[in-house]
Design a protein around this ligand. Structure first.
Ligand SMILES: NC(=O)c1ccc[n+]([C@@H]2O[C@H](COP(=O)([O-])OP(=O)(O)OC[C@H]3O[C@@H](n4cnc5c(N)ncnc54)[C@H](OP(=O)(O)O)[C@@H]3O)[C@@H](O)[C@H]2O)c1
Length: 314
């Protein structure tokens, strides 16, 4: 299989930017649909990328987008929302994507799931991620080669996880930390992008699902302390237990505007988000967080607008 053109759904997001840059550097033609082109104008600098405004939930739009694609990467996912919104993004969309791939004769589909995806989870995020993953893997065969990826939390330039804690730590000398007990095995975004790029044409990855993790397991408290250290800040971090975290998640859920945490996130945090088997063999060694955490010190002036942009829903 030789992949010349890839359509990346969710290509305008954090992970999408890194995958798109990597594939563009390899000379792969890219089609990146987005709901608002204005927000992802930076992607138009990639020499092989075409960024188009489209409603990807409309099967007719998918048919047009996939017409000349050899492969599709579906990265669309949400962390907060109603049950219906989770269903639409994580289950209905993957179903439409599979149907559109078949109709357009696209032979390759890479799907983004999440570590901990589980139909039995109390978290609707984890439940719907598991159902979406199952349906795309079930579609493997008959001319469509499918691979799914399940990363733990992803870090790197542009992330919203460690960067959010960095912003909070800069503002306050004392930080009560909800979910301090949660355990993750964070994976570097460049390692995720490498896994996508290397599996695109690699038959050994067809029909398989891979957990993606970094080299070490950390509690959320350890991650926030590392973040403070990387920024050179001395901060008092007060770890909150499960009861206080649930209460905080409930309060934040009803706060208007950008959600920092919801009860659904709390339910997901109750299970360790770690890979027993480490980073998958075919994609090389995983990058330690400590080797690259300096990206948190790089203050991009454009990022100061992110809070305003999110409040204005732009
Ligand atoms: N980041 C992590 O730590 C992490 C960990 C595990 C799994 N994942 C999964 O990895 C994927 C990418 O994550 P990310 O961090 O890059 O997310 P992100 O920055 O929020 O980007 C998500 C992308 O999905 C698109 N999208 C979201 N909701 C949509 C909707 N209702 N309809 C159409 N498009 C929609 C957005 O497109 P627009 O350009 O139209 O806004 C955006 O480009 C997600 O599936 C996520 O669940 C992420």
């Amino acid at each position: 299989m030789h992949v010349k053109k890839v359509c990346i759904l969710g290509g305008g997001g954090f992970v999408g930017h890194h995958i798109a840059s990597r594939l563009a550097a390899q000379g792969v033609q890219l089609c990146i649909p987005t709901r608002r082109r204005e927000r992802v104008k930076d992607l138009t600098c990639l020499p092989t990328a075409e960024v188009v405004e489209a409603d990807i939930h409309d099967p007719a739009a998918l048919a047009t987008l996939f017409r000349e694609a050899d492969a599709v990467i579906n990265l669309v996912g949400i962390l907060h929302g109603s049950r219906q919104a989770f269903e639409q993004a994580h289950v209905e969309l993957p179903r439409k994507v599979v149907e559109a791939c078949r109709a357009a004769g696209v032979g390759r589909l890479l799907h983004m799931s999440a570590l901990g995806a589980d139909t039995a989870s109390k978290s609707v995020y984890q439940q719907t991620k598991a159902r979406g993953e199952a349906l795309v893997l079930a579609a493997h065969g008959e001319g469509l080669a499918v691979t799914a990826f399940r990363p733990s939390v992803i870090f790197g330039p542009g992330d919203s996880f460690l960067t959010m804690f960095a912003q909070m730590l800069r503002l306050a000398p004392v930080m009560p930390l909800a979910g301090a007990f949660a355990r993750f095995q964070p994976v570097y975004v460049a390692d995720v992008a490498r896994a996508y790029a290397e599996s695109l044409e690699e038959p050994a990855t067809f029909g398989r699902a891979y957990n993606l993790c970094g080299p070490r397991v950390y509690s959320l408290e350890e991650l926030v302390r590392l973040t403070a250290e990387a920024l050179g800040l001395r901060r008092r971090i007060i770890p909150l237990g499960k009861g206080a975290t649930r209460l905080m998640a409930t309060l934040m859920e009803f706060k208007p505007g950008r959600k920092l945490m919801t009860r659904d996130n709390y339910y997901a945090m109750l299970s360790d988000n770690v890979c027993a088997e480490g980073h998958p063999e075919p994609f090389g060694a995983a990058t330690p967080l400590e080797a690259v955490i300096g990206y948190l010190r790089e203050q991009n002036p454009r990022r100061s607008y992110d809070g305003f942009r999110s409040q204005a829903h732009r």
